[in-house]
Write a new protein. Sequence first.
Length: 557
Amino acid sequence: MNRMPVEKYRMYDRIPLTDRQWPDKIVDKAPIWCSVDLRDGNQALIEPMGPDRKRRMFELLVKMGFKEIEIGFPSASQTDFDFTRELIEKNMIPEDVTVQVLTQARPHLIERTFEALKGVHRAIVHVYNSTSTTQRRVVFQQDMAGIKQIAVDGAQLVRDFAEKNPETDWRFQYSPESYTQTEIEYALEVCEAVMDVWEPTPEKPCIINLPATVEVAPPNVYADSIEWMHRRFTRRDSMILSVHPHNDRGSGVVAAEFAVMAGADRIEGTLFGNGERTGNVDIVTLGLNMVATGVDPHLDFSNVPEMRKVVEYCNQLPVHPRHPYGGDLVFTAFSGSHQDAIKKGLKAMDDSNSGVWDVPYLPIDPSDVGASYEAVIRVNSQSGKGGVAYILENDYGVRMPRNLQIEFSNVIQKIADESGKELSPTMIWDSFQETYLDNETPYGFVNHITQSDTHASEVRAIEAKVTKGGEEVLLHGRGNGPIDAYVNALKADAGVDISVMDYSEHAIGEGANAMAIAYVEARTADGKRLFGVGRHPNIVTASLKAVTCAVNRASAL
Ligand SMILES: CC(=O)SCCNC(=O)CCNC(=O)[C@H](O)C(C)(C)COP(=O)(O)OP(=O)(O)OC[C@H]1O[C@@H](n2cnc3c(N)ncnc32)[C@H](O)[C@@H]1OP(=O)(O)O
Ligand SMILES: CC(C)C(=O)C(=O)O
Ligand SMILES: [Mg+2]
């Protein structure tokens, strides 16, 4: 027995296209974009946008560079009607932007639509009726001819009203709603009948919009259908072929991309994919997919976090943290090997002059869409040395030697494992200070003086003042330099046997605030390796503090 009731469902129809050409095409130029946030997106909201939210969304869309914006369904709601009037009467529609409104193919709704648009300079009147097999039967209870007649009558009425209002530059759009559940030959027949009424020309084309009202098949089937239609329209040069994918199967973006490859000129969609059920196709993802392949989308995505804020405010819906390009976590790596590769990739980008983005795990440069690098690497128990090192270097200027990265990452790993939580950069820095820079038990370095021996100029004697258990004491030692002499002084007093294996230092900051940070890698008598780190404006003092830290840590073993 089947585990799911699959016998209830039918396989989708294939499109009779055997010489399909779209799979060999690429998306190499931007389509005409039409935002339907204020209509299709709005009609799917728990609380539809009020005037303020509508204005905010409209302003954002204009700012991003949309030239066609479906602003509502003015014959259906007073809010949409009033918003349309406000945009027109307050002259809020930029000269290069065309507003679009939707109406059913019903006389009183078409009439009210033209009432709403009175005085607009330019507008697209978008008329639709459902042509699908099921809706013909259950919703309209009409045959194919009857449904075609609804479309033709609607188209005629739209044309008549437009002719009565010649002061406006009108454009017409028709959608055979539920196109993907309509017999394809019939969908073509209805669209052709509408165009017979509108008589579009290459100079004044109409828009034929073929919606995946419900996405019922994989995107290659949608593409086949678009190519099939594209090759058969009798007035292809007098129409703009538009697509309107929804996302029921989760492939709205691919469907739109394939449709453009198959001949579509225009895409209707929404920001972050809000819309009926699983949403309209997401224009943010589509546009940034283009950017990521070096194609100019002709839309401005340079501040995606700000866009997201406005969209979340208008829709009163959150954008998922994993939403492509726009989610809060989409440029963030928590896992160790990703962090390591990103850190190396970013450094390689800095070192190269190629200008071509090539960083592992980051399909685009986060800064191109206004995301900060702070978000790129975050640390939890899945993280490794690369991430911790990246944060300390980027946020605090600490460039740990490789072996110290390994050592300190174990410290962080332990904390992360114990807490099970993310560690913020501040927590990592606090831990670094506690482990190394503020480690003053049992010894705290205070100051020192050195003397060169008369008979061997490189050998030095040191007198160092340190705190030991809170008391100040003087230690004395000799060696072939201040570090060596100080190590010997401390070793003798502490009774620990360590030798310095490696030493490095660098500056943090510049000018009067510059500090030196010194790293001492030491080995204990039983072969354990450990680090001491010291920081001070004076480089020798920083080194001696690093030695103090190493001895303290060795004493604690
Ligand atoms: C896929 C899409 O997104 S389509 C857009 C959907 N958007 C919306 O519906 C949002 C706004 N809509 C509304 O507020 C309402 O539907 C209104 C105001 C437009 C119309 O309201 P009503 O007339 O009360 O009802 P409703 O929309 O249910 O229409 C049903 C009637 O119109 C007919 N009808 C539905 N769509 C269309 C159409 N596109 N063209 C012609 N007739 C249509 C139906 O067959 C039905 O006829 P019947 O009453 O004889 O059975
Ligand atoms: C009105 C039409 C274009 C629509 O939104 C759809 O079919 O999804
Ligand atoms: Mg829709």
